[in-house]
Design a protein around this ligand. Structure first.
Ligand SMILES: Nc1ncnc2c1ncn2[C@@H]1O[C@H](COP(=O)(O)OP(=O)(O)O)[C@@H](O)[C@H]1O
Ligand SMILES: [Mg+2]
Length: 467
């Protein structure tokens, strides 16, 4: 069943597992992350009924249904509900992309900043471009905003072409109905909070009464209620960031573009602000593209991550999937800490790979192309290593450093001539010189072998990339 739900209204045919069931869908977004749609379901014997469902990426709950407009249906609503429920719940709803980027290329002289990026963002989805400094995140965002003309590529919002290069369309930024929030908040120091937020609405000649109400409402939403008369110069970094955010969302942009908006805040404030930002985005159903080089921030904020490297997409998926199932050494390393151990594939058993490593044979999740004799890197997250008494694990190790971090302890372990990072709960910590046996708990993933340059190693696992 492929159901298209758009903000306004659209219809499509869908067939469910009950055979030949069709649904025309009218959808409209509410001020809520969910989209309430009415499914005009065409039953097998061509009876039209209306079923309401709540959609959030997938149909997450089958709601109550209305009366069947066709009196000849003769079925009681309860039975109809049951009849459709199975079909709808097992259906995957594919929303038409709200924003779509295809084959984006940006060249600055000899530097290829963006090298063929293609991705979609669904309505009310928060997608994060994550990658090291210089990988092309900001350039991609500026292309979406219309601040940059790519050498090649197509950018569409709700099917409307905003950029088509070379030679074609380039809708100017102010006509795109998008808003961008930058790292440097760029709020006006000579204006108070209210004026900063109202500025965009005034420029659009919105009625003053409406401006007042709207600005107050948005200030409340971002936690600045009652601060409207405060001069911008008397705001803390966190408050300035909220003003910048309020200024963007007050314009009700179709898409919010955020470029490292929290990186000027101190660590604690950054953490709490990202939770609030995520909450606001979900409550208002904002469609957003977020840019950061901070893996934890990206994981906390996003529905989906796009990990970038040198202007291309290295991996894309839900945050946990990217973390647990990295497809390359670069992603494994960038997404938190990873011990990357060189190994050779011995064979397959029960759909898993057996890989010979310095820790002995390890059973891992690999890809279909990996064959016996292939050199791979085995990615072992520090939290999956268990430290036991000697005689309790496949590999003997010696603790060479331990750092107590309160809740847990970070270890450097020597296994032969290899160094591994481990992280364990702080109960009965091991000390320097202790001999332990290490075993694994949790998924271990094998990725294709590659040499990672020092400048690319972010996750701190590079001590452990060894032959
Ligand atoms: N206006 C520009 N002129 C020349 N090079 C640029 C320009 N903007 C960005 N670059 C280069 O393009 C690459 C990607 O930059 P950017 O998109 O800012 O990366 P990120 O935001 O991921 O840190 C970098 O190598 C950067 O130096
Ligand atoms: Mg940048």
């Amino acid at each position: 069943m492929g159901v298209h739900v758009s903000k306004d209204c659209c219809s499509t045919y869908a067939s469910g597992p009950h055979g030949g069931m069709g649904a025309a869908v009218c959808g409209h977004a509410k001020g809520d992350q969910r989209v309430r749609i009415a499914l005009h379901v065409r039953h097998r014997n061509h009876v039209r009924c209306i079923v309401r469902a709540l959609v959030r990426g997938f149909i997450s709950r089958c709601g109550e249904h209305g009366d069947c407009p066709d009196a000849s249906c003769g079925r009681d609503p309860g039975r109809l509900s049951a009849c459709y429920k199975g079909g709808l719940e097992s259906a995957v709803v594919r929303q038409t992309p709200f924003l779509s980027i295809s084959d984006l290329h940006v060249q600055y002289g000899k530097i290829t900043a963006v090298n063929g990026m293609s991705f979609d963002v669904r309505e009310a989805e928060m997608v994060t471009l994550l990658g090291p400094s210089g990988c092309g995140k900001t350039t991609t965002l500026r292309c979406i905003a219309g601040l940059e003309a790519p050498d090649r590529g197509i950018i569409k919002v709700q099917g409307e072409v905003l950029t088509q290069q070379p030679g074609g369309v380039l809708v100017p930024p102010e006509k795109r109905s998008l808003a961008m929030v930058f790292q440097s908040y760029a709020i006006w120091p000579h204006m108070n909070v209210f004026e900063n937020v109202a500025y965009g609405l005034r420029a659009r000649r919105v009625d003053p009464g409406r401006i007042r109400a709207r600005v107050q409402e948005v200030l409340r939403l971002v936690g600045l209620g009652g601060m409207d008369r405060r001069p911008a110069t008397q705001l803390s970094g966190g408050q300035q960031q909220r003003v910048a955010l309020a200024r963007a969302i007050v314009l009700e942009p179709k898409i919010l573009l955020l470029d490292e908006p929290l990186s000027n805040l101190d660590a604690k404030l950054r953490e709490s602000t990202r939770v609030e930002l995520r909450d606001l985005q979900q409550r208002l159903g904002i469609t957003a593209v977020y840019v950061t080089h901070d893996q934890a921030e990206a994981m906390a904020l996003s529905d989906r991550l796009i990990v970038m490297r040198n202007g291309v997409i290295e991996q894309e998926g839900p945050p946990l999937e990217v973390y647990m199932r990295p497809r390359t050494a670069f992603v494994a390393d960038f997404m938190g800490r990873a011990n990357l151990l060189a190994g050779v594939v011995l064979g397959r058993e029960d759909g898993r790979l057996r890989v010979e490593t310095a820790l002995g044979p390890v059973s891992c999740i690999g890809n279909d192309r990996m064959a016996p004799g292939d050199k791979v890197l085995v990615c072992i997250r520090p939290e999956t290593l268990r430290l036991g008494l000697p005689g309790n694990g496949p590999a003997r190790a010696r603790v060479i450093r331990h750092t107590h971090l309160g809740e847990y302890v970070d270890y450097y372990l020597a296994v032969g001539d290899k160094i591994l990072r481990a992280r364990a709960l702080a109960a009965s910590p091991k000390l320097e010189g202790d001999v332990v046996d290490v075993s694994f708990e949790g998924p271990i993933v094998a990725v294709p072998y590659e040499e990672l340059g020092k400048e690319e190693m972010q996750g701190g696992g590079h001590q452990a990339q060894s032959e």
